[in-house]
Design a protein around this ligand. Structure first.
Ligand code: TXA
Ligand code: MG
Length: 357
């Protein structure tokens, strides 16, 4: 065990069999209203007691997050769902049977025991049962309910390892639990069950086809469709409205046939470097060697969802540390998670896309 600085305790925990005494201590911090960052299978979360309004206020303060952007309540056992939701649609139960614990968040009408501070003033609550032994043990040790947004400073890419968390939150929270890199690397899929038909609010590891297989009809929130931002259509999930995951540099996505993309990016990069700019490029492993720029990052195999999803947020963070001025990225429409990957990349780019013939 080591101390990161004056205030934040930094603890390394085995991801598969975390030390019970350390979990108990982290749980006590949460029961007393403190904040503990912890791993999940998607990204690291910044946890506080979801039923304690003061703890939720501390989460907003530590992240610098607007307090109208609601938090996800994390549970470890199905019986903890009933007290916090007004009704439980049969379809949601079916989805939970397949995907909980897992990278799925569901939205329900909330009961009064969920404070407005946790739900961002909304009458609804987002609930998730994460699939990670440390997260599940911590939730139980904390009394059953942990409110946790991603453990990043508001506006920065979500943290996929504990060093990312420390970068953003050291000195601002009580404890960081480090169990190494996460498995998925993108935040959970969010499905809203408060309307007559389930609505996808945020794509993730579980894609729309996988949802429809279990639920039948599922709508996609018009606010997350391609081009919605340009048309001024607002996403229903408040957090999806903000420019998010954004690196400090200006990021542009270039899409089209492979040779046209490499040619165009090289041309743009050469021009920017002539102007004295530091240029970064994000490319898949089959094209990375075609580029000439200050820094070229190989994000992985373009046909392997897992690699691209796992690397995306850390690549964006690395560019911040390297102080690049301009980033050009290929687009990554991988077979399964492509929708989620492009959703995050488009937001990081502020929807700047250049299509080449
Ligand atoms: O994978 C994840 O979901 C991670 C890990 C830590 O569990 N958490 C996460 O939380 O990504 P956060 O706060 O970064 O994103 C939650 C999203 C935000 O866009 C928020 O606006 C939306 O969920 N949300 C939360 N409650 C909602 C509600 N009642 N109605 C609509 N959207 C909601
Ligand atoms: Mg977040």
């Amino acid at each position: 065990m080591q101390q990161c600085d004056g205030k934040t305790e930094y603890i390394v925990l085995d991801p598969d069999s975390p030390d019970a005494d350390l979990i108990r201590r982290a749980g006590e911090i949460l029961r007393e209203g403190g904040l503990v960052a912890f791993p999940t299978e998607t990204v690291y979360g910044l946890g506080g007691d979801a039923l304690n309004p003061a703890a939720s206020e501390k989460i907003y303060a530590a992240k610098g997050r607007p307090s109208d952007n609601p938090l996800i309540v994390h549970i470890a056992d199905m019986e903890h769902l009933v007290p916090i939701v007004r009704e439980l649609p049969e379809k949601a139960v079916q989805l939970a049977e397949v995907w909980w614990p897992g990278p799925l968040t569901m939205i329900f009408h909330k009961t009064d025991i969920v404070p407005d501070e946790t739900s961002g003033g909304l009458p609804t609550v987002a609930v998730r049962m994460p699939n990670h032994p440390v997260a599940l043990a911590l939730i139980r040790a904390a009394g059953g309910y942990i409110a946790a947004p991603s453990a990043n400073t508001s506006g920065r890419p979500s943290p996929t390892n504990a060093q990312h968390v420390a970068e953003d939150l050291s000195g601002k929270i009580d404890m960081i639990l480090d169990s190494g890199p996460v498995r998925i690397g993108l935040e959970s899929t969010i499905v809203d069950f408060t309307e007559d038909v389930p609505v996808l609010l945020r794509p993730g590891y579980i894609n729309i086809e996988m949802l429809r297989k279990i639920l039948g009809e599922v709508r996609v929130d018009p606010g997350i469709r391609n081009g919605a931002a340009e048309k001024g259509v607002r996403p229903k999930a408040p957090g999806m409205r903000y420019r998010h995951y954004a690196p400090k540099a200006s990021l542009t996505i270039v899409e089209g046939p492979r040779e046209s993309v490499t040619g165009k990016i090289n041309e743009l990069a050469a021009k920017a470097m002539d102007e004295g700019k530091k240029v970064g490029i994000i490319a898949a492993d089959d094209t990375a060697s075609c580029y000439h720029a200050s820094i070229v990052k190989d994000i992985g195999d373009r046909n392997t969802d897992k690699e691209i999803a796992q690397h995306l947020f850390s690549v964006l963070r690395e560019f911040d540390a390297e102080n690049v001025d301009i980033i050009y990225s290929e687009s990554f429409n991988t077979p399964r998670m492509g929708q989620a990957i492009m959703n995050r990349l488009l937001k990081a780019a502020g929807h700047k896309v250049l299509s080449v013939p």
